[in-house]
Design a protein. Structure first.
Length: 228
């Protein structure tokens, strides 16, 4: 098995002397794919073009405007970011946390510290990403539940069903439509995203929830009486 590839690291630093310290420290720590950006103009587009794995920003003594520009970069790119500044205050530290900066280092630009700082930066970013993904899945599940409950309520009101009966009707109708879409029996239901190939159990569960919730409102709407 070959050696693991070195992550691509972008250094954002207008000072060539400080950037050289960072580059030397990173290479001594085993990071070989290092790119230096010295111009702040069109910074975000430059970072997008390079598509780094980790971003190291050194600001020395930044103004509020420069800090805010860097925080905007942090909010826009979903990457581990280590930010070095020579001095700061409580408001800037809090703003860095809010912007998603993984490591905000005050007066700590020493090349021998880069490896543990980047390790911490990457670990914190990964932990936050897992929490964010879990939050997104939870919010999606809650939205699906709201759609299903709304559809059940419509059916209960229009057809005089109990909650369990409405749920069974939604479920059975959704399954019929899913089967018809897979077999190509009715193109009007082809909007449901369905895969007939074997998928991991997690994907199957997500498909079932997605197809059920998406079908719920259209099924309920189909049972509405025509306007007079």
């Amino acid at each position: 098995m070959g050696a693991e590839a070195s992550p691509k690291i972008v250094i954002v630093d207008e000072s060539p002397i400080r950037a050289a310290i960072l580059q030397e420290g990173l290479r001594e720590a085993g990071f070989t794919d290092v790119v230096h950006i010295s111009e702040m103009q069109s910074l975000l587009s430059r970072i997008y073009a390079l598509d780094p794995d980790v971003i190291v920003i050194d600001l020395e003594n930044p103004s509020r405007d420069v800090l805010e520009q860097m925080f905007q970069v942090s909010r826009a790119v979903r990457r581990p970011i280590a930010m070095f500044v020579d001095q700061s205050d409580a408001a800037s530290i809090q703003a860095s946390v809010d912007a998603g900066v993984s490591a905000y280092i005050v007066d700590g630009l020493k090349k021998e510290r880069l490896k543990p700082i980047l390790d911490l930066c990457i670990s914190r970013f990964n932990a936050f990403s897992r929490l964010q993904d879990e939050l997104d899945r939870t919010k999606s599940a809650l939205e699906d539940r709201k759609v299903i409950d709304r559809a059940k309520g419509i059916l209960m009101k229009l057809k005089g069903l109990t909650e369990d009966e409405a749920y069974v009707l939604l479920r059975s109708t959704a399954m019929i439509r899913a089967a018809a879409s897979i077999s190509g029996m009715n193109p009007m239901w082809s909007g449901l995203v369905i895969s007939a190939t074997p998928t991991p159990s997690g994907s199957i569960a997500r498909f079932r929830r997605s197809s059920f919730s998406r079908a719920s409102l259209s099924i309920a709407a189909a049972h509405k009486p025509p306007l007079r």
